[in-house]
Design a protein around this ligand. Structure first.
Ligand code: ZN
Length: 234
């Protein structure tokens, strides 16, 4: 990590990029004071006023998928992913049937123990229903001791467990990053992986149509026992 001073000595282009990052961060944080301050620094050091990078927003198309590297600004990429997801959902959404099936907390414990996973019920922070801590531990909100547990959420959590088990590939691999967004959920790589896993079990036709490489990855790697146990519940 370079200090601000070290950067000042380097070439203008790099310096302009760095000050731009500060300005954009300030704008994102609605921090008017720093926005004005860094714009002023920009003018003094670069010799011209700061101009916002033009938004890059290619028309989403299934025939030409852009990757994160094609975008200078992360927020443009996120917007593109959202639009691409809507496009894919319009085209393939009818294949996403889902399931409303539920299981009890005791059934959940029994199913998890088949996979060597210990279940804890505890108060969880925020809106999270359940989370995975290690390959062998899953925590569920305490309300689920007495409430039916949606099978879809359980399968999503098992997607996190499955990622722990996979060697050599992770949710941060290009396979998943280039397929940003497989559901209405957020774009964090870990969640894309788990949602894709859930879709592989619950909505395989949907995943296969919209995200064929991701479908093939799971087809190649998910053990038959996993598929059998989970599909029996949906
Ligand atoms: Zn998750």
């Amino acid at each position: 990590m370079k200090t601000f001073k070290e950067y000042l000595k380097e070439n203008k282009e790099e310096l302009a990029q760095m000050i731009t990052d500060f300005i954009e961060t300030a704008i994102q944080n609605n921090d008017k004071e720093n926005e004005a301050r860094y714009k002023d620094i920009y003018l003094k050091k670069i010799g011209k006023p700061y101009e916002a990078e033009k938004e890059f927003s290619p028309k989403p198309s299934i025939d030409k998928i852009y990757s994160q590297n094609d975008f200078k600004r992360y927020q443009d990429y996120i917007k593109y992913c959202d639009k691409l997801y809507i496009l894919k959902f319009k085209k393939y959404g009818k294949l996403a049937k889902g399931t409303l099936k539920t299981i009890t907390s005791n059934e959940l414990k029994a199913k998890c123990s088949e996979f060597g996973v210990n279940v804890i019920f505890a108060k969880v922070k925020g809106t999270e229903e359940a989370s995975v801590q290690t390959q062998n531990q899953m925590t569920w909100d305490i309300k689920y001791l007495k409430k039916p547990i949606p099978v879809e959420i359980w399968i999503h959590e098992m997607g996190h467990i499955f990622e722990y088990m996979m060697k050599g590939i992770s949710s941060y691999s290009p396979l998943f990053l280039h397929n940003m967004k497989t559901s209405e959920y957020d774009l964090k790589p870990l969640e894309i992986f788990a949602e894709s896993f859930k879709n592989y079990i619950v909505n395989p036709k949907y995943l296969k149509a919209g995200w064929p490489e991701v479908y093939d990855f799971f087809k190649k790697n998910v053990p038959t026992k996993w598929i059998k146990t989970m599909t029996n519940l949906i």
